[in-house]
Design a protein. Structure first.
Ligand SMILES: *Cc1c(COP(=O)(O)O)cnc(C)c1O
Length: 392
């Protein structure tokens, strides 16, 4: 149908369809929780990043409503012009307290926090070494920065050390970037080992705690806390949109780093400040993370139970189709041989009342079904999932 310079779009879409890579959004119509109203059908939700069940929490809703009534719906400008509110400072202090860092800065999303931080702290004279499985925002931030980018094998610090040994001396600054909990596999980065490599080769180290914040560590501060590394100098980025049930991103680190980013980070300076509702909801969520450790404990129990029962059906790392992939987080994957089998499995799960997405290339190198557990899943809901997995 389309002609001329836009014709290629149809061809490209056709190719996506043929490879079973085509994707489209599905409409959810209920309040966030452990079930989904999905196109007229109620299914159990194993596809949510709302790990603690806070996105539909009455207290977050009330905090957002109060903020809208006091400050309106939009923040009307960038933080350095007319967009800054007291709520932003309160949220930044709360993040710094949770993370045990000197300061923090909130961005309009985790994606923008990564892009804006990386682009601010390294440039064309510098080197970035990133895990090959890093999130898209780390990879695109690296590209945008203009630095030389080298990827190392997934969580392979021997490979990283070899690449540092060979390349580090040719560059001014060096930044190592990694997810702390990997979003597509659920495995975790060995934080202390990476920090000591960073020290040895005089590199800055950036951890993306998007899936770890509120979930990992004794107080829910993340993977850095889980490994007892809080207080060491590093850069921590994360999101307000997963376990914290809101929208937005953050960077936490030294006062000097944050001061520098306020002056040099383009995706913070040239964008509208986070909305009052999102800011207030995230602030309330952090207070709940700090005062209700039982939510994190319940999530941990659900994860342990599901993994234990799943490995009775499909032994860990064994078999071919599906493979039960090892995980140390609420993200648990069954690897499948192709995009097509992953789609079929996801469809069968949906017919049986379970929502868990097929994750396919180009998001990941190999197709899989991904289950995300929540603190608000009941044992019965997890049992239902296990029953369905046994059947298919
Ligand atoms: C979700 C995610 C982001 C992006 O966060 P948003 O706030 O959703 O933009 C960044 N990094 C990782 C590892 C993520 O999983």
């Amino acid at each position: 149908m389309t002609k001329g310079p836009y014709k290629w779009l149809n061809k490209s879409l056709e190719t996506l369809h043929k490879a079973n890579w085509y994707r489209s959004e599905k409409t959810v119509s209920n309040l966030p929780g452990s079930t989904l109203e999905l196109e007229g059908k109620t299914v159990i939700n194993f596809a949510s990043n709302d790990y603690l069940g806070l996105a539909g929490d009455e207290r977050l809703i009330q905090s957002a409503i109060a903020a809208v009534e006091q400050y309106g719906t939009g923040s009307t400008g960038s933080r350095l012009l007319s967009g800054h509110r007291d709520l932003h400072s309160q949220l930044e202090q709360a993040i710094a307290r949770l993370k045990q860092t000197e300061d923090a800065l909130v961005f309009s999303s985790g994606y923008l926090a990564n892009i804006g931080t990386i682009a601010a702290i390294v440039g064309s004279k510098d080197l970035i070494l990133g895990d090959i499985y890093n999130h898209s925002s780390l990879k695109n931030g690296a590209k945008l920065s203009g630095a030389t980018v080298i990827e190392y094998l997934h969580c392979d610090f021997k490979d990283l050390a070899a690449k540092l040994e060979e390349n580090r001396h040719q560059y001014r600054r060096c930044l190592i970037t990694t997810d702390s909990v990997f979003s597509m596999d659920g495995d975790i980065c060995q934080v202390p080992d990476l920090l000591s490599l960073g020290k040895k080769y005089d590199c800055m180290v950036l951890f993306d705690e998007a899936h770890a914040t509120g979930v990992m560590g004794k107080t829910g501060a993340g993977c850095v806390e889980h490994f007892g590394c809080s207080g060491e100098e590093m850069i921590q980025v994360g999101t307000l949109s997963k376990a914290l049930g809101s929208l937005g991103g953050y960077v936490a680190g030294s006062a000097t780093l944050i001061d520098f980013l306020r002056n040099r980070s383009p995706s913070w300076i040239y964008t509208t400040a986070l909305s009052p509702a999102d800011t207030a909801a995230a602030l309330r969520a952090i207070a709940i993370v700090e005062t209700e450790p039982q939510r994190r404990a319940k999530l941990g129990e659900n994860v342990t139970y599901f993994k234990q029962e799943l490995s009775k059906i499909i032994p860990l790392s064994k078999g071919k189709n599906p493979v039960n992939l090892p995980s140390e987080s609420p993200i648990i994957c069954l690897g499948l041989e192709s995009a097509k089998t992953a789609l079929i499995a996801s469809e069968k799960l949906k017919e049986a009342g379970i929502f868990a997405p097929a994750i396919r290339p180009p998001t990941v190198p190999t197709s899989r079904i991904r289950f995300s557990l929540m603190a608000t899943h009941t044992t019965q809901q997890i049992e239902e999932l296990l029953t369905v997995i046994r059947q298919i």
